[in-house]
Design a protein around this ligand. Structure first.
Ligand code: MN
Length: 390
């Protein structure tokens, strides 16, 4: 038997216990829990077949009573002696996509981000469209190109047309960008024809994780009218390997900043899922922004209610992302198009003026939230390096 070390101040203490899928060299991917700087193999610790699966989906499908029971058992087990062979240093394992992705929806829930993008994309119009404060605006993304943190991102090619050009040209994106987002995965789905009310959020959503919605702004700006984001977004979306259960986010819950006008009935009561999560963006190792999730206008409970209000079903592994997290201050903006104001106001990265991503650039997004008794809840990070267009 051995003891799991938890360094003082670790954001992966017993208050957190995020789930992921890992493998050792030559071994099969299976479900583990992050504790301190270790991964604890749940198939060994709890001796349950559901954790020998290469994805969280079968466990997530078991529902909230089972999630709570397992969380209690893990917390008790990792603070006592654990079986030899169950504990692996996180640096020695490979982390995989934590769940098999079903449908993927991306929202646009930050008023600061939506207003900034409105000013940049449509400088002569109202920054927000009339619908924006009545419903959480979103679109369906491409689930097959969701990749785990650390996966390289190949610069996308496509049609680009600057406003002063007569016709589009084809080639590698010249305005490759990031979007700092928060993701929520559905554990228990819903039937075709049914709706998920805002109050039922925690009965369906298993946990939260970090998302980088890579975006080619030149491709996006030309193609998005009138049906919305398409190839400027679908080439890659990166997610963090650890899914933090909602139970670990109870201390982070705060009211939303305020909704005016009051939304329609089916969106009311979603205000108790504001979340005080602080993101940090590093560009080639240098911190460039700290986007605050507490500023988001729409709550994830409202996003899920809206996604199903037409009777669309949901499945285990479906996820939705918040949209870019941006705050009111310049250094709280979660996309470079905002941070550099359309590329016109470069920022300094490692002593150089930078606007959009160059080949070889590495982005790392991390986040923490308040936990019980002054503890911090860590989400780990989502990283990616840009590779040249093919
Ligand atoms: Mn996005």
């Amino acid at each position: 038997m051995s003891v799991v070390e938890i360094p003082d101040g670790s954001p992966f203490g017993v208050e957190n216990l995020p789930y992921g899928v890992f493998s050792e060299a030559g071994g099969r991917p299976r479900v583990g829990v992050r504790v301190g700087d270790s991964v604890v193999d749940l198939s060994v610790l709890l001796g349950d077949e559901v954790f020998a699966e290469p994805a969280l989906n079968p466990f997530m499908a078991q529902g909230p009573a089972r999630w709570a029971e397992v969380r209690e058992r893990i917390a008790a087990a990792v603070t006592a002696d654990v079986p030899d062979g169950a504990v692996h240093p996180v640096r020695d394992v490979t982390l995989h996509l934590p769940f098999q992705v079903g449908d993927y929806v991306d929202y646009y829930a930050s008023e600061h981000h939506a207003s900034n993008l409105g000013r940049l994309f449509r400088p002569d119009a109202e920054p927000l469209f009339p619908n924006w404060k009545h419903l959480p605006v979103g679109y369906h993304g491409r689930s097959g190109t969701v990749v785990v943190s650390g996966t390289d991102v190949v610069r996308p090619c496509g049609q680009r047309k600057a406003p002063d050009e007569q016709a589009p040209t084809y080639g590698p994106s010249r305005r490759l960008d990031i979007e700092v987002e928060f993701g929520f995965v559905v554990g228990v789905g819903s039937e075709l024809g049914d709706r998920i009310p805002v109050e039922a959020f925690a009965e369906h959503v298993f946990g939260a994780f970090l998302v980088n919605d890579w975006s080619a702004r030149d491709i996006q700006a030309w193609e998005y009218v009138p049906l919305g984001p398409y190839l400027g977004k679908s080439f890659a979306t990166s997610i963090s390997p650890w899914v933090v259960p909602l139970a670990a986010l109870q201390e982070a819950r705060i009211p939303l900043p305020g909704q005016d006008p009051e939304p329609l009935d089916y969106l009311r009561g979603g205000g108790d899922w504001g979340l005080d999560v602080e993101f940090v963006v590093e560009w080639n190792g240098e911190e460039v922004a700290r986007p605050p999730y507490r500023e988001m206008y729409w709550s994830p409970a409202q996003m899920l209610a809206h996604m199903t209000v037409n009777g669309a079903s949901t499945r285990t592994g479906d996820f939705f992302a918040s949209g870019t997290v941006s705050g009111p201050e310049k250094r709280q903006r979660g996309a470079f198009i905002e941070l550099t104001w359309g590329g016109r106001e470069p920022i300094q990265v490692k002593g150089e003026d930078r606007t959009f991503l160059l080949d070889g650039d590495e982005i790392a997004i991390s986040a923490t939230a308040p936990g019980p008794d002054g503890a911090r809840i860590g989400f780990g990070e989502v990283t990616g390096t840009v590779r040249p267009a093919r």
